[in-house]
Unconditional design. Structure first.
Length: 259
């Protein structure tokens, strides 16, 4: 039987294709990307090899295929063996492309902010933007210790600048199965992803699906047992005072002015 050509721009077609009865179709969905890919037709009880991605999405890199558009289903990678038991869609999963510039071996994103602050593309201890990385109790020097160079924790003022809706658009998104915010610059269109992190308390990680908490370097002058952090969930985005004994994520920054 001839393969079916699907031109998908991200959504399941409004009307399903006319499925054959003698084979199962494995169909590839661009999931906010663009392009077209042929479906695989597989006889019942037989297997197919998951195809290489041929879709593109501007500003994003392909990560994997998933049986759910939001990445919450079963993941498959090009070359994997797949034995379908019905017609099925595989949805492309995307991650923000890392910035092309690096400092001391770590990618950063230039959002064109007035302060000149350059934000790291991922957290300390993470290899990709969607990963939480390590959680630390408050230490204003941890970024320099871990990454060297001019990397440091952002100040409260730099976090407030990132939160300024005149400068950046914050959009809730599930990226590669991880919930967080895409922060897109209104100055140059560049973006970074901040995943939900939860927090570390008494050696336990809590609320990983509910909130993001990131330390700043700014301690509270009147009470050194507290320091400012970036806190966000579905309803709140703010700089917030919290106790230094909690373990939060670190998203380092640096500026060219410090060179």
């Amino acid at each position: 039987m001839a393969a079916v050509l699907l031109s998908c721009t991200g959504d399941v077609p409004a009307s399903e294709p006319d499925f054959p009865f003698d084979v199962y179709l494995v169909m590839y969905n661009a999931n906010n990307g663009v392009g077209s890919m042929e479906a695989d037709d597989v006889k019942p009880g037989q297997s197919t090899v998951v195809a290489e991605n041929q879709f593109v999405r501007e500003g994003y890199d392909f990560v994997a295929w998933n049986t759910k558009a939001d990445g919450s289903g079963d993941a498959y990678y090009p070359g994997d063996k797949l034995t379908p038991n019905n017609h099925m869609y595989l949805y492309a999963q995307w991650t923000l492309s890392p910035a092309s510039s690096m400092h001391e071996g770590h990618f950063y994103v230039d959002l064109g902010l007035p302060s000149g602050t350059l934000w790291a593309a991922n957290n300390i201890g993470a290899e990709h933007p969607e990963q939480v990385g390590n959680l630390y109790t408050f230490d204003a020097t941890i970024a320099a210790q871990e990454w060297g160079g001019k990397w440091r924790l952002p100040s409260k003022e730099e976090v407030d600048e990132l939160l300024d809706d005149k400068l950046c658009q914050w959009t809730i998104m599930i990226q590669s199965g991880v919930k967080g915010y895409v922060v897109t610059s209104k100055q140059n269109g560049n973006a970074l992803f901040l995943p939900h992190t939860g927090y570390l308390q008494n050696s336990q990680v809590i609320n990983t699906d509910f909130c993001g908490l990131y330390w700043t370097q700014t301690s509270y002058v009147s009470d050194t047992s507290r320091a400012f952090c970036l806190r966000f969930n579905d309803d709140v985005k703010e700089s917030y005072l919290n106790y230094v004994t909690y373990g939060f994520a670190i998203r380092p920054v640096w500026t060219l002015k410090e060179m």
